[in-house]
Design a protein around this ligand. Structure first.
Ligand code: FES
Length: 103
């Protein structure tokens, strides 16, 4: 298996369910969101205004912005309600020997 371009970020066991976890990836803030044993990665910055979504609340697959309350589906990045109008960029996640990795 070729994992030259895969970046190990954190051990899966260190990722708390229901709590967004911010990491740096290629100079950008990325939020890792664990839902049961699946992990999703989305951009950490709210597309409405420049605020870190790591301060928000993750409830099942819905991530709520701490500033104005827009919610995003972390599985797809899709914005679910206003005032944000743009979806969140997502990143492909792989679990490799217990490590959470982004390609
Ligand atoms: S800054 Fe996130 S909804 Fe306004």
């Amino acid at each position: 298996m070729n994992d030259v371009h895969t970046h190990k970020l954190i051990k899966l066991e260190d990722l708390t369910k229901g709590k967004p976890h911010r990491v740096e990836h290629n100079g950008k803030g990325v939020l890792l969101c664990r839902i049961e044993d699946s992990v999703y990665a989305v951009n950490d910055t709210c597309p409405h205004e420049d605020i870190s979504l790591s301060l928000g609340v993750l409830c099942e697959h819905r991530l709520r912005c701490p500033l104005h309350g827009s919610e995003f589906d972390v599985r797809t990045g899709r914005v679910l309600n206003e005032p944000a109008e743009q979806d969140l960029p997502t990143y492909p996640v792989e679990i490799n020997a217990g490590w959470v990795c982004i390609k």
